[in-house]
Design a protein around this ligand. Structure first.
Ligand code: HEC
Ligand code: HEC
Length: 420
């Protein structure tokens, strides 16, 4: 009899220890871990950084104009493609496709624009160094908007003259179609390019000035689109307030276990850190080439492009002083580590932005975790990843944690839909 009681007592004790462990592991963190979590918390996101290269970055009228331009499909070769075609607010400013589709099909997956004001480099390969310079890329890309600089300047003249002039001053007289052709620009299309080259240097600069201002207005709009707090942020806030009950309400035990793996054994934190879960640097993680595409050398080309870009921080169209351009001046421009390296995207709202990776190679977050568990041989350069060997249960816990990062967007509400 006595033995039976001892046995039951032992079992109860073990059960109590398990319960105690489960409850405390959901809420207890060491000091170093707490500091890490605070760094990931949205409350650690600094105020919007200034963009000295764009004198209109913080101009509300420019943001209002940029909002209209972002949603206006007239700014394309076929009248059907706007920035919002690919950057759809309902999909956290992505499009749900592996490869983006504008007037043609691109070779990359659409990235979100949420929080990109914080990033010194734009695009998967960082071939642009500001939001305004970025915006000028797709507008002239043959597969995205497919239009030209003179076309866009004429559209501003026709539909946005008053708004433009209130911000940037008088719009030049572009009415002479012999000097300012309907479509001309430094683009792929040979006839538009020939028309551009036939213009005088001064007239080209006149048009480029309007084009640049269009980009600066769009950037003023995009700056205001930042992430909103998620359940993960509620959890960290509760942790910082020592409020165990609120912590348990914010994240489940599995999500917390996933968070623990994320910052510890799985080493995700090495590249996905800071309040946007990206270090804004470039890494080769050996993501396979998507079917039908050429191997993509990522940052190795991106850095050459940004250094040669007429719209970069040091260029003639930038409003910055040389001292403001330290990111560009001191950029790493050589080295094998740039081969096949890409920018780690923000993981905020990642549950809503499938498929994943630079060419949408993975359909689900579970597939992404399989990649990190058994990193393949890199198609170009060398992967920085080591196999993780996580069992299925732990991979699912990390996925559960990633799903807790969905907090949506913080922006003036009218900016999240097409202008009325
Ligand atoms: C055809 C679809 C499409 C259109 C139209 C489009 N984009 Fe994109 N956007 C993409 C793709 C694809 C990428 C990634 C391309 C790459 O890295 O080469 C991207 C990247 C970006 C990024 C970089 C985000 C980051 O984290 O680096 C920003 C910002 C952006 N687009 C804004 C815009 C703006 C502003 C416009 C309109 C002027 C626009 N896009 C038009 C598909 C599109
Ligand atoms: C060595 C740096 C590095 C580490 C470590 C790392 N990542 Fe990444 N992550 C990246 C890069 C770079 C990309 C984009 C790669 C590409 O598209 O080719 C990426 C992409 C992703 C994406 C896809 C996001 C999107 O919008 O397409 C997810 C999800 C992700 N990582 C989660 C994780 C998780 C979870 C871990 C830990 C298991 C982790 N990462 C570890 C660098 C890293």
């Amino acid at each position: 009899m006595k033995r039976v009681f001892l046995l039951i007592g032992g079992v109860l004790l073990i059960a109590a220890i398990i319960v105690w462990w489960a409850v405390t592991s959901q809420t207890s963190w060491g000091d170093a871990e707490k500091a890490t979590l605070r760094g990931l918390w949205i409350g650690s996101l600094p105020a919007l950084p200034a963009d000295p290269s764009n004198a209109y970055a913080a101009n509300p009228q420019a943001a209002a104009l940029g909002h209209k331009l972002f949603f206006d499909p007239r700014f394309s070769s076929n009248g059907e493609v706007a920035c919002s075609t690919c950057h759809q607010p309902e999909l956290m400013f992505t499009d749900g496709l592996p490869l983006a589709e504008g007037v043609g099909t691109t070779t990359r997956k659409t990235m979100t624009i949420i929080g990109t004001a914080y990033s010194p480099w734009q695009f998967w390969d960082g071939r642009k160094d500001s939001q305004w310079a970025q915006a000028l890329g797709p507008l002239e890309s043959a597969v995205e908007h497919g239009g030209t600089r003179t076309q866009y300047a004429h559209l501003i003249d026709e539909f946005y003259r008053a708004e433009y002039e209130a911000i940037f001053g008088a719009l030049p007289d572009l009415s002479d179609r012999a000097r300012f052709p309907e479509t001309a620009g430094p683009v792929e299309d040979p006839s538009a390019r020939a028309a551009w080259e036939a213009m005088t240097g001064e007239d080209r600069d006149t048009v480029t000035r309007v084009y640049v201002n269009l980009g600066k207005a769009i950037a003023a709009y995009e700056r205001l689109i930042v992430p909103a707090p998620s359940r993960f942020d509620q959890y960290v806030e509760a942790l910082l307030n020592n409020d165990g009950k609120a912590m348990r309400a914010a994240l489940t035990a599995d999500e917390v276990a996933g968070l623990r793996l994320f910052i510890d054994r799985a080493q995700c934190i090495n590249c996905h850190n800071g309040a946007l879960f990206t270090n804004n640097d470039f890494h080769n993680t050996g993501v396979p080439t998507a079917p039908g595409l050429e191997p993509d050398n990522g940052r190795a080309s991106g850095v050459t492009q940004v250094l040669g870009d007429e719209f970069n921080c040091l260029g003639p169209w930038s409003d910055a002083q040389k001292e403001d351009c330290s990111e560009l001046r001191f950029v790493t421009s050589e080295g094998g580590q740039l081969q096949g390296a890409f920018k780690p995207p923000t993981l905020r709202n990642v549950a809503a932005t499938a498929p994943y990776m630079h060419a949408g190679q993975y359909a689900t977050l579970e597939e992404v975790l399989m990649h990190y568990n058994h990193p393949p041989i890199a198609p170009i350069g060398h992967t920085e990843l080591e196999p993780l060997g996580l069992p299925a249960r732990e991979r699912l816990q990390i996925v559960a944690f990633l799903r807790s990062l969905s907090g949506g967007v913080s922006a003036p509400p009218e900016f999240l839909q097409a202008p009325q």
